[in-house]
Write a protein that binds this ligand. Structure first.
Ligand code: G3I
Length: 355
């Protein structure tokens, strides 16, 4: 071998050795993402859902591809709220909600309806409604029964009442309580059941991980419903979490819901990283810490009795779609897909946690 050829060969060997050593040093702190043919919902023993922005489902092909491939349950993020469905009294607009329901039927996805009653996202006419309590009762009943009837056989379950409690466990002084008293909550469940004898009825709320008072109040209400014969089938834990939330709080919230004996839905999961508003980029370290928290949630959920596992739903699909940055007033990366719909470490952690 000529001397120059020898040096070229030596250099090549050294380069290969260096690159191997380099990749070992820079290996990511978590397991590599799963191979590309993984399908999230097929890797899990329970339903995996996302809340859906219907505009994105219609107009963003990356979004609709991920929803179609990775999830087998969908919740409308906004399209079934009262403000969207009944913009004027007795004038119903089904277009976006029907689009989602048809998408779900075509693609074999379960639909979880959200939400028949909430204090927020009401149409303007409700906020200015001036009827007596009988007129308010009629308004409530008409909305619930018209919506449940419209989607009968197409929607598997409903968040019947959303966020009726304050963090201290007292009942929120909403427009509904002001006009109808606190027992309107029970009547919402009765009205829904009258309209559809088969659909599953959920109570849904946030903060059950950080407020024992709130989860105790929810548990007490559900227990009293059972005693009184008020229909209720499940409890939704929203789980809009921060990545510093403790394992103990997450476990306590799930345990409290399990104690009801009803189905448990982790209904709006996202895990934010920037509530202190100090971060401007998602580092690999933060992504790994977030993944660990997703794993904690899934592990706790996977350990409850199978018949109570209604599923886990993330609140939208990718970091580009999340409600968190606008609400928080700072960037964030709360979901298992990044803004380009690529899988983050959280994706693999969800699968790991279920094992
Ligand atoms: O569609 C209109 C658009 O036409 C208008 O130009 C624009 C101007 O503000 O508003 C748009 O509507 C917004 C809508 O999201 C759709 O993007 C509303 O203002 C905005 O209030 C609404 O926010 C939603 C919020 O609920 C209130 O309904 C969020 O997307 C949605 O993620 C959030 O979801 C809630 C759950 O329902 C209950 N649990 C908490 C969760 C997060 O807040």
């Amino acid at each position: 071998m000529k001397q120059s050829a020898f040096y070229v060969l030596l250099l090549a060997i050294l380069c290969i050795a260096c690159s191997k050593q380099g990749s070992a040093v820079t290996a990511p702190p978590t397991a590599p993402p799963p191979v590309m043919d993984t399908v999230l919902y097929k890797s899990l023993p329970f339903k995996m859902g996302a809340s859906i922005n219907v505009n994105l489902l219609k107009n963003n092909t990356a979004y609709s591809a991920v929803v179609t491939k990775e999830f087998n349950s969908v919740t409308p993020e906004n399209a079934m709220k009262m403000g969207a469905l009944q913009p004027q009294q007795n004038v119903f607009n089904w277009a976006d909600a029907d689009y989602l329901v048809n998408f779900a039927a075509t693609n074999g996805k379960r639909v979880h309806g959200h939400t028949l009653n909430w204090y927020n996202s009401l149409p303007a006419w409700v906020n200015t409604f001036s009827g007596d309590s009988a007129a308010w009762e009629q308004l409530l009943k008409t909305h619930i029964q018209t919506v449940v009837t419209h989607f009968k056989g197409k929607v598997s379950s409903w968040d019947v009442v959303n966020e009726a409690f304050n963090d201290d466990g007292s009942i929120r002084n909403s427009i509904w309580v002001q006009h109808l008293g606190t027992d309107y909550i029970a009547r919402c469940f009765q009205y829904a059941r009258q309209a559809d004898s088969a659909v599953l009825l959920f109570y849904n709320d946030y903060g059950q991980e950080y407020s024992a008072a709130k989860r105790n109040a929810i548990y007490a209400m559900v227990s009293s419903f059972k005693t009184r014969g008020i229909p209720v089938d499940g409890v939704g834990l929203q789980f809009h979490l921060t990545y510093t939330q403790t394992d103990a709080n997450i476990a306590a919230a799930i345990a409290s819901a399990v104690q009801t004996g009803l189905k448990v839905h982790i209904a709006e999961l996202d895990i934010r990283l920037n509530s202190d508003k100090t971060k401007s980029v998602l580092t690999p370290e933060l992504a790994a810490q977030q993944a660990a928290r997703y794993k904690t949630v899934v592990k706790a959920f996977a350990s409850i009795p199978a018949q109570q596992q209604y599923g886990i739903t993330t609140w939208n699909v990718s970091d580009a779609d999340s409600w968190i940055p606008a609400w928080q007033g700072a960037p964030d990366w709360p979901l298992p897909f990044d803004a380009n719909y690529k899988r983050k470490p959280a994706y693999g952690a969800i699968i790991e946690g279920s094992k």
